[in-house]
Design a binder for this molecule. Sequence first.
Ligand code: T4K
Length: 387
Amino acid sequence: MKDIRTAADLAINGAPPAFSEPLHVGRPNLGDRDSLLRYTTELYDRRWLTNNGPLVQELEARISQRLGVRHCVAMCNGTIALEIAIRALNLQGEVIVPSYTFIATAHALHWQAITPVFADIDPATHNLDPASVRKMITPRTTGIIGVHLWGRPAPVAALQEIADENGLQLLFDAAHAFDCAYQGRKIGGSGRCEVLSFHATKVFNTFEGGAVVTNDDTLAEDVRLMRNFGFRGYDTVVHPGTNGKMPEINAAMGLVNLEAMPAFVEANRRNYGDYVTALAGVRGLKLLEYDPATDPNYQYVVVEVDGGRRDAIVSALQAENILARKYFWPGCHRMQPYRELYPHAGLLLEQTESVAERVIVLPTGPALPEGAVSAIATVFRLVGAAA
Ligand code: T4K
């Protein structure tokens, strides 16, 4: 690794990059290779590859036990899991969501001819602001999707109160929040259901994958049927369904990675602590905090920089092969088709617009090489000082 000490050492000024290989946000966490190979051999011998196979069932049982929920229905990815949950809850008309989230949260609604109505966030938490949610309710509203952004719990109780008062369904996009907790309980049991993502870039991955978790027996049954085209038994279709099934090889990866979860989270926690130390005192920079009482998985290291310097810092980091990201800029309401459909949405999303302009997400995870955190801190100091 190149030692960065002065502005002249910055790759953006013509020096070679600090790292010869790119450092990613979302580098996959990988459990024990031999264990995955053993599962693979077994599933070969069994010749059972998908359609609710034994490994999927084992993974579901392990996750529902771990999260303390009655049901876990594993899916091929988090987006399909969201779509199925939305469908099973019979959401229609308008559904309130944050704009400051990954685009899949909004697309899962639009894809089913439901209007995502974007509410603003609390700039301190980056999660939905309940007061803004209230303002967005119309006679057409049927539901609210809260997102536990960065794995930090959304304001669950306040959102539930709004949902109850207005006869709305509440569900959560918990794509970032695997193994995190809300008020002493693992995330998974709030609202009508919660939706997990097990994408390769998540703290816990099954290559691609996701799940709907819920304590509602009827809803779980509907979601299960919808995952498999609506089939009950061989010949009877009782629901409109789709193909949301998780293959066995993905479940094998999940079982391997579940074993390694403590090591993944510990590496993230350690990196996060290193960032706290290395970035202390950097002018105009705020590192998003995690509350240890919420069992954070620390999978995102999120900083906010002021003064319009964000893009210059990201460019400087990327030149050093540190592939920092601007998640979730510019907000769903500024992406298609929403930008064209609701051109004035931004007027009601003051905090979303401002946070989206300031955030940088930094590389972390067990694969982060030695020296990365201090190189990142140096770039912040040099570029920040020059801006
Ligand atoms: N709701 C929320 C709140 C979400 O954040 C997401 C997904 C969803 C719903 C939907 O869940 P899924 O349907 O995805 O299960 C990534 C992920 O693809 C996406 O899953 C995730 N959120 C989102 C926050 O991030 P991109 O477009 O930024 O991914 P990409 O390809 O740029 O990869 C990120 C970095 O990771 C790159 O630097 C490359 C590196 N990488 C990636 C992969 C896939 C690797 O090193 N190895 C790999 O295998 O969306």
